[in-house]
Design a protein around this ligand. Structure first.
Ligand code: DGY
Length: 323
């Protein structure tokens, strides 16, 4: 009888996904409630045929070598994979899979929630009430900025950027976008979207929402220069990866009134947050909640588990990240 494949799960995932993995091999989840430092992670994955990991695990050549020659697939329960050294896995013929699609709506919803939170001052209002400060309704009290008729500049019109744009259209917003290339003509027509250079988008959009992946090219895409190029009174929303924004430059820009506000779900030195951002009332913050719904996290875990099961059964990956 051949030995069942060893599948290591680095962090707790939804039960239905564990069931899929148990049917696919022998599952090891030695310490699923804790982020493992690299040394411990490397010990845990030794001898694995497949690994289900998260964006908190550094997946590189040392990780693959620690797993050993049996390793065939690493399945990250995330759409972003900036924590993975893809060439290092490729060189060892290890497949990487991710979870695109299933988190699109949840992330777009959260993006829109944050956009509303910062433009309508929801956090500031809640802080006022919770501090039990005196207040009363008057016609000039805590006025925000409306979305109707404003332009939303989307950086990266991929699946999530498109889902955000659709929501923005329902709120009566105009869509500008930038990225590596033009979207399909049908999508541009559906969204009535205008393709602009990054520079023009920053100079014209009332609100800018980031949906590009983190790569060496997009690290600090929003730096002091980009912030200065934004329209005065504009808002910035980041639900992609923290390092796309230079957080210190952002704090300077917010303190100096260069832009009107920012809404952030992700942080440059996560889980740390630039302390000055915590002091500003024109910032809406969330602790990386983009895909954090029970339904979405279950779908993500299931897709990750099915990827592992499929590769280990010899049927190939369902959603492979190609170099
Ligand atoms: C992702 O999938 O990349 C998100 O950041 C977490 O769901």
């Amino acid at each position: 009888m051949t030995k069942p494949p060893k599948i290591v799960v680095t962090r707790a995932i939804a039960e239905p996904a564990m069931k899929v993995l148990h049917e696919a091999g022998e599952v090891w989840a030695p310490d699923p409630d804790r982020k493992l430092p690299p040394g411990e992670l490397h010990e845990v994955v030794a001898g694995a045929d497949g690994v289900v990991s998260t964006l908190q695990d550094r997946i590189d050549g040392a990780f693959a070598d620690a797993a050993g020659a049996n390793l065939r697939v690493v399945s990250t329960v995330a759409v972003g994979y900036d924590n993975v050294d893809l060439p290092a896995l490729g060189a060892r013929e290890v497949i990487l899979t991710n979870t695109p699609g299933v988190l699109t709506d949840a992330t777009a919803d959260l993006t829109f929630g944050l956009l509303l939170a910062v433009t309508r001052r929801l956090g500031a209002g809640e802080r006022l009430l919770r501090a039990r400060r005196p207040w009363e309704f008057n016609l000039g009290f805590m006025l925000g900025t409306g979305l109707q008729g404003k332009s939303l500049g989307i950086v990266g019109l991929g699946q999530i950027g498109t889902a955000v744009a659709r929501r923005a259209r329902a709120f009566g917003m105009r869509i500008h976008y930038t990225g590596r290339g033009r979207a399909a003509p049908e999508l541009e027509a559906e969204l009535d979207a205008r393709f602009l250079s990054m520079e023009s988008l920053l100079g014209t959009a009332d609100m800018v929402s980031l949906h590009c992946p983190l790569t060496p090219r997009t690290r600090h895409l929003i730096d002091a220069g980009a912030l200065a190029a934004m329209k005065p009174g504009a808002f910035l929303v980041n639900t992609t990866r923290g390092p796309v924004v230079d957080e210190r430059a952002l704090a300077d820009a917010l303190e100096g009134g260069v832009i009107a506000g920012a809404a952030l779900d992700v942080f440059e030195r996560e889980p740390e947050v630039e302390p000055r951002l915590l002091e500003l009332d024109n910032v809406a913050l969330a602790p990386h909640l983009g895909s954090a719904t029970v339904e979405t996290r279950t779908e993500m875990a299931l897709l990750a588990a099915r990827n592992v099961a499929s590769v280990l059964a010899g049927n190939g990956p369902l959603t492979e990240v190609r170099p």
